[in-house]
Structure formats: C-alpha cells, structure tokens
Design a protein around this ligand. Sequence first.
Ligand SMILES: Cc1cc2nc3c(=O)[nH]c(=O)nc-3n(C[C@H](O)[C@H](O)[C@H](O)COP(=O)(O)O)c2cc1C
Length: 437
Amino acid sequence: MTQRQLFLGAYVLFPSGHFAGAWRHPYSAQDFLGPRLFQDIGRTLEDARFDLAFIPETVSHRPGFATHGLSNALKHDPAQLAAQIAAVTTHLGVGITLSTSFNSPYNLARTLASLDHLSGGRVAWNIIQSSGAANYANFPEVTELGRNELYDRGDEFVESVVALWDSWGEGALVADKETGLFADTAKIATPDYKGEYLAVQGPLNLPRSPQGHPVLIQAGDSPRGREFGARWGDVIFAIERTQADLRAKKDDLRDKARALGRDPEKIKLFAAVQPIIGETTAIAQARRDYLRTIITPEAGIEFFGLFSRLDLGDLAPDTPYAQVIEERATPEQAASRAIVALDELLGSRRGSATIAEAAIEFSTSELTPQIVGTGVEVAEQLAELFESGAADGFLVTPTHFPGSFDEFGRAVVPHLQRLGVFRTEYAGTTLRENLGI
Ligand SMILES: Cc1cc2nc3c(=O)[nH]c(=O)nc-3n(C[C@H](O)[C@H](O)[C@H](O)COP(=O)(O)O)c2cc1C
C-alpha cells in the first residue's frame, strides 16, 4: 500500500500577514501592486509541487494597519490575483476567499466558475461570513447578523451557489456547426432557489467546470462555524498551537461530518505553520530572534490590539503586560484565545514582559506555530505532525516573500519527499484530483 501523502498550501500575503514585519524583511520584494511578484510566487510554489496558493480577503481599512504595513493594509481583488497565478501555472491550485455577506450568489458563483474553467479546474473557494463594523461600513445596505445566523444564511448561500454551478447538465453545450444547435436547453435547469434569507433564479450562463465544482475551503472555529465546515468543507484550515489542539479539532470536525452523513475521510485538515529555516539550527534560531527586531513596538501594539480587542492606543510601550491585562481586559477578553495563548507562549516571561515585548511576541506569527530549524529538521517535524494523524496537510505562512516559499521548496520539500510523505509529481491536473477528493 502506498504511504499516505501530505498536502501543502501557501498563504499569499502582503505586505505582511501573521508575521507583522514581513514587508520590512530585507529579502522581501516590494512590487506587490504589479503582477510579477504573484506570478513568481505561483511558479515557485508549482516547482515545489505545492497543492494550493491561498489568497485571504478583507474589505476594511484600519489606519493603524496602513501606517505600519500590517496584514490587510493592501488587498488586491482575490479573483484578479488568482487569475494571474493560474495563468502562469498548470497544476497548482488557487484558493480565493470571498464573503457570503458582501457578494451575491450569482456573481460569486460565476466568478468562481469562470476561474475554474480558465484554470482547467484548479480553483478553491474559502467561504467566509464577515463580521465587524469596519467591514460593514462599506456595505450600508447589508445588515450584520449574529454569529449563528450568519452561518444559517451562509448555508443557504452555498446551497444556492452549488445549484447555480449545477444548472448546466451533462451534454448541454452542443456547439454543433452542422445543425446550428449551440446549447440543448432541455439539459439546462433553472434552480429558482428561494431560501429564508436569499433567492436567486439562475441558471448560470456557464456550464459545469472541469472539476465539477470548485473545491470548498472553510475555517470557522465557533461550534456553529465548525458545523458549517463539516457540512461544506472539502478542506478545513486551522490555526492551532499544539498537536493535541489540532487533533481535538480534527476529531470534532470528523464527528460533526459523520453526524451530517458525510464521509470524514473526504475532509482534509490543513494546519497553518510558520517555518523559519536556517543553514544550521543556530542560524534558524537567530533568524527567529531577528524577526522580532523588525516589528516596532507601535506596530506590535497595534496588531495585538486588534486580536485581543483591547484598547491599547495610548499606552507607553514599557507598561508591564500583566498590568495591562489586569486593568484593561474584561473577564471575557482575558479568557479570549489571543490572550490565553499569548500567556502560554510567554510562560515564565509573562511577569516581566512589557506590553511592547508581549505584543511583538504575538506579532511574529499571530500564534501560528513556528517550526524552526534546518530544512531537514523542519521536514522531520512536519512529517511527525502529519504521521500523528493530527493534520492532513500544512498551510505555510511566509516571513518574507517570495523567499520563504523558495527556501521551503529547496530546503524542506526534498526531505519530505525522501521521508516518503510528499509526492514528487502531481497526481492529476485538477485540484480535486490532487487532493484526492
Ligand atoms: C487559516 C485561516 C484563514 C482564514 N482566512 C480568512 C480570510 O481570508 N478572511 C476572513 O475574513 N476570515 C478568515 N478566517 C477566519 C475564519 O473564516 C473564521 O471566521 C474564524 O476562524 C472564526 O470562526 P467563527 O466564524 O466560527 O467564529 C480565516 C481563518 C483561518 C483559520
């Protein structure tokens, strides 16, 4: 029997992402407005046999994020970026994030169907339901729903999109020059979808795509979000700090999928990781320490402020971290994932750390686990995590671009292949074939 193989995805993030200083890294490219950088990243990922380039999305502006070049300070339209990457590659999958809150089912279904045709079946949709006043400010006609209702509406949204994708049946496109029949309308269904939250008539003006439907990705983490993921997700993204947390999340998703009548084997969990690679272990560790030095206290505090939901704007950087939490965090905030996990990460340093030091610690990877070492060591750690069954694949977040992906491809991938856990060639041409779903 052939050995189970892991999957690899890469976050296409700029000017920075989980590492808040990425754009200031001396090796980072600066041409994030033109196509070259993204085309280069696509080629690099395909040379390394990655399964997926993943493009996140947001539609809001935070002045503090813009000042410091933090994640989301710039955002291209994800579909346009995906088209650039797909145009210069032939096997790499391209995942884009689109919100069910700010798009209509028809436009979203067609954007993805178009991309799936034009890429030869390599597209995935990361399904998000948006929250937060800053996002909704740009869509005054949309009312923000509560968490659970957002997902109820999301269910309808995805149902309607799938119905639109399926509107053209097998053989509906005839294009027979002899007879003059272009499309057999008897084989084109009108979904006429009517839900509690939304309605769309259809049919779509495109046939089914080469892989049937684009691959569906989900990253919800609340109980309702996980249920949504277990219902729709072919791929689930997770950011968990420990192997045990990852395992627990995977088991929970599999249970939820079973309860919904789905085969849990069909759901692939990708765990986010931040590799920090060096020619020697000592160089890799020095690099990890170096990363902290290019995040300014102001940038770190701004970044941590968003995730902790604490108001930190007026603080002196040398205010003790423990004092800030004690004085400013509500019990609910103090129990939040951002603060609990950061406390764990700081460990014995918690008592002596300033708010700037703690915030910079948070901002090196936004709690994404850092995998530090030589290419061999990083490969061994990833293989071990994969073989434990806690993850089916990894989503690599860069510390600089495109260098992080180049280093991973050259220093880590050959060792994953030598360990027998990563293929040397793509299994097929569509993303579904490569993911085995
Ligand atoms: C790896 C990963 C990628 C994500 N990408 C995005 C994104 O691009 N845009 C976004 O608004 N939310 C993104 N999210 C947030 C999730 O969609 C989700 O809202 C979050 O995990 C909280 O779960 P909940 O909605 O069930 O509370 C991402 C989450 C993870 C773990």
